[in-house]
Design a protein around this ligand. Structure first.
Ligand code: AMP
Length: 510
């Protein structure tokens, strides 16, 4: 074991997991998932504070969730790096029992037991737990990691993960995309020459990537996804049905009862998973509430796989539409695809596999373990960064959504189109619009809409020290630099003197 090991971390929406390379077998690295207490390999991505004020993370937090739903935070990754005004935050507010409100930078903060937490603070606690488990297992302090994020994470979300690491003295050496990590788990050491589709439907996010593997070179051809599509949405579709049915039978709306909601949520998820293996599953919760006269009421339902498929058909349709779009973006057709790889727990739903089989004309491969592939890939990449490594990997990735700037009237001027390869740099020349103007402000967005208001604001950049001159005379040459992790930096210079200008960034509301 190296003195300074680098671990791979899959920081998942529902569960997180870590892995490390321990030795090799005839040149092929052997990856070990880091076990947690009781032999589990995953840690629930849940954070809570109990009534005594103790912070709980992972299983400890999950165990008390039903009794303490208001102070138990789950699915927080979906809120990471989001501005409070985004549609996503609004949707989240409707489905979670904890309180979500705007922070000072128009980010999202959560109140847990009357204490305020930012999203990076919550992620930092989960990362810290994983690091502690890894340090105990490896018997050396772990200070460096490769962390995976959904390919569809924007610049701000990637930055938030780096910040979370920094706050607990865990250096996030590299952020890599989850589907790319899954492709590494599949392809490293096999001397492949294949084009694969990684279809990753996890607890909270959906990603699809088309990746060309040429031995140790992993080149992403196109990527797409939906940060708000995952297992939780399948659960919510069931919950919605259960609540409607209960109201129709009793006239009582359970939505405002957090403890009842938590019990329904738990059983809905379990029932959903059982329906992947069985055609019919009972859904019974005794004493869910009482009538005004104090009579106990139960939920007694029967769920069939068919009903679940009907309730969630719109969600499955959306995944297939995205697959079709990504295929078009890659310039390939279904016959160019050698393997379709499933990642993420929600891909165990039979209808997801059936639809993919129909679409590609062949069944998805079982080449990777859907829950472990991402952590394994992260560990392989981590190993390739270790000083004494003999594993050389080349990742050629793309940006998931266009990056550009706001033009007059709120139109979006694209600087990097979606699926532009990274690292990448582009220059834009701007001119002053009034006499003696010495400062220029530019708002940068990421997204696929032609109006900036529908995209995510990455930052407000101010370039100062422009040569005072008549309107339209002074120029600023602005360089947009997207690094290998998909993180943007900007700098500007005066093209007439070559002098660098001062750049300040502010992330505010759009
Ligand atoms: P992940 O983020 O990859 O851990 O995926 C977790 C999601 O997969 C959760 O929404 C689970 O409810 C869902 N899931 C896990 N097992 C199954 C299963 N057998 N059938 C359907 N969904 C599942």
């Amino acid at each position: 074991m190296p003195k300074e090991p680098i671990i791979g971390i899959d920081l998942g929406t529902t569960n997180s997991c870590a892995a490390i390379v321990e030795g090799d077998n005839a040149g092929v690295p052997i990856v070990k998932l880091i076990p947690y207490k009781g032999g589990e390999y995953t840690v629930p991505s849940i954070f809570a504070i109990d009534d005594k004020g103790h912070e709980l993370i992972g299983y400890e937090a999950k165990r008390q969730w039903q009794l303490n739903p208001k102070n138990t935070v789950y699915g927080a990754k979906r809120l990471m790096g989001r501005s409070f005004r985004s549609d996503i935050v609004e949707t989240m507010q409707r489905v979670v029992a904890y309180s979500v409100r705007p922070g000072q930078k128009n980010d999202v903060v959560i109140d847990v037991a009357n204490k305020e937490f930012s999203m990076p603070e919550i992620s930092a606690r989960i990362l810290n737990k994983i690091r502690d488990v890894a340090s105990n297992y490896l018997r050396v302090p772990v200070r460096r990691a490769v962390v995976t994020v959904p390919a569809y994470f924007n610049d701000r979300q990637r930055q938030a993960v780096k910040d979370a690491g920094k706050s607990i003295d865990l250096e996030v050496l590299r952020i890599i995309n989850e589907p790319t990590a899954a492709a590494l788990a599949y392809g490293v050491g096999k001397k492949l020459n294949e084009t694969v589709v990684i279809f990753d439907l996890g607890g909270g996010t959906f990603d699809v990537s088309i990746i060309e593997i040429r031995d140790r070179v992993f080149e992403v051809k196109a990527t797409g996804g939906d940060i708000f599509l995952g297992g939780i949405d399948f659960d919510n579709a069931m919950i919605h049905h259960i609540l409607k049915d209960f109201t129709a039978k009793t006239g009582i709306d359970l939505a405002s009862d957090p403890v009842a909601m938590q019990r329904i949520k738990d059983l809905a998820e379990r029932t959903k998973c059982d329906l992947s293996a069985r055609e019919e599953v009972p859904f019974n919760i005794p004493f869910i509430t009482m009538t005004a006269q104090g009579q106990p009421l139960n939920i007694e339902l029967k769920f069939t796989r068919k009903l679940l498929e009907q309730l969630t058909s719109g969600l499955v349709d959306r995944t297939l539409q995205m697959v079709a779009r990504v295929l078009v973006d890659s310039g390939l057709s279904t016959k160019d695809i050698d393997e379709v790889m499933l990642v993420g727990g929600q891909t165990r739903m039979p209808v997801v596999q059936e639809r993919l089989t129909k679409f590609f004309g062949k069944p998805p491969s079982k080449g990777v373990h859907p829950d472990e592939a991402v952590a394994i890939g992260a560990a392989l990449y981590a190993h390739s960064l270790q000083d004494d490594t003999n594993l050389r990997l080349q990742l050629l990735d793309v940006i998931p959504m266009a990056i550009g700037l706001e033009k007059a009237g709120g139109a979006f001027h694209v600087v990097f189109p979606r699926n532009a390869p990274i690292p990448n740099a582009k220059q834009v020349t701007a001119t002053t619009s009034f006499d003696q103007q010495t400062e220029l402000m530019m708002r940068i967005f990421q997204g696929d809409n032609d109006q900036v208001i529908r995209n995510e604001l990455l930052g407000e950049f101010t370039f100062s020290g422009i040569r005072a001159d008549k309107a339209g005379k002074a120029q600023v040459e602005i360089t947009f630099d997207v690094n290998i992790e998909g993180i943007l930096t900007m700098h500007a210079r005066d093209p007439s003197s070559g002098r660098e200008m001062k750049t300040t960034v502010r992330v505010t509301q759009s």
